[in-house]
Write a protein that binds this ligand. Sequence first.
Ligand SMILES: [Zn+2]
Length: 147
Amino acid sequence: MPNYIVPVFIDWSLYPSFTPAELACRDSGLLQFHPGFLASLQSLRDAFGRPMVPTSGCRSRAYNDRPRAQGGVGGHPRSLHVADDPVHADKGQLGCLAVDIRTPDAAWRGDLFACAWRMGWSVGWGRGFLHLDRRDFIGLAKTSFDY
Ligand SMILES: [Zn+2]
């Protein structure tokens, strides 16, 4: 059966700490999130209590897979950022389940990690950013990893 992606209206007033521009695919403008993802992101932001600057949110398959040298992300083929061709469609993934957040310094990064981890997020430790995802929403175990 084909995987149908149905555009869903997003009421951004529910997520006042984030804008469509900073979470949209940098290439296609795509905004398609798994149900509950944005609410979870806003809850994390509220609990953390400090501004969080996304460096990557929603991605099209084409943008994620295109090499960096060609203007793409060069992302992992099984990236949870990919919204239009979710790798876990078989588990009910309906859109983006991940966001990367810029980390200004080590202590800030540790604080965000602690808060996100406590709230059920999986966390990837990147250079200058933390990758945060809600893989648990589709039944995958919470984890933490390095790039
Ligand atoms: Zn990421």
